[in-house]
Ligand binder design. Structure first.
Ligand code: APR
Length: 170
């Protein structure tokens, strides 16, 4: 199975996909950016399931680089896959946790049977990861991760992000 990678400029909460990936934080209890938009448009069911996860499997929060699915609430998707990106710590920041966000989100998508997955540019906002490097890590990881997902759609919020992803080879 080959996975098609597509790029879209826009608001991820307006996408139609089997799964929409959230750039969450470890609390799973919401935030700004993509996280805020997904909870705002997706509605309270998403937070209710996040709270249930905190009360069970993730008592101490979702660790960086891991992913977990909930309902997508009112979004045009079946699931939201929440993943926690790393905060950029300056040059020499380890790319592995960011790569893990994409790898683990695809693993969860495969467990669910999701065929189309929409990703934001994880860690490139509040978590300050340089856009070009984040785009390289995202595209390389998706290219190198065996998955049954047929379409990975990167949904970029602005021109800068879109151009960075469009510059990635392959
Ligand atoms: N659709 C698509 N992309 C978006 C949207 C949206 N509605 N809103 C923001 N973005 C883009 C940002 O422009 C950035 O390029 O998503 C990218 C990730 O930015 P953040 O949402 O700030 O996520 P991140 O950098 O991973 O930081 C996560 O921010 O919102 C809090 O609770 C969240 O603590 C967590 C932290």
């Amino acid at each position: 199975m080959t996975t098609t990678i597509t790029l879209v400029q826009g608001d991820i909460t307006r996408q139609s996909a089997d799964a929409i990936v959230n750039a969450a934080n470890s609390s799973l209890l919401g935030g700004g950016g993509v996280d805020g938009a997904i909870h705002r448009r997706g509605g309270p069911e998403i937070l209710a399931e996040c709270r249930a996860l905190r009360a069970s499997r993730y008592g101490r929060g979702l660790p960086t680089g891991q992913a977990v699915a909930t309902t997508a609430g009112r979004l045009d998707a079946r699931w939201v896959i929440h993943t926690v990106g790393p905060v950029h710590q300056g040059s020499g920041s380890d790319p592995e946790p960011l790569a893990s966000c994409y790898r683990e989100s695809l693993r969860v998508a495969d467990e669910l049977g999701a065929r189309t997955v929409a990703f934001p540019a994880i860690s490139t906002g509040v978590y300050r990861w340089p856009m070009d490097d984040a785009a390289r890590i995202a595209v390389e990881t998706v290219r190198n991760t065996p998955t049954a997902v047929e379409e990975v759609r990167f949904v970029l919020f602005d021109d800068r992000a879109y151009e960075a992803f469009a510059r990635q080879p392959g």
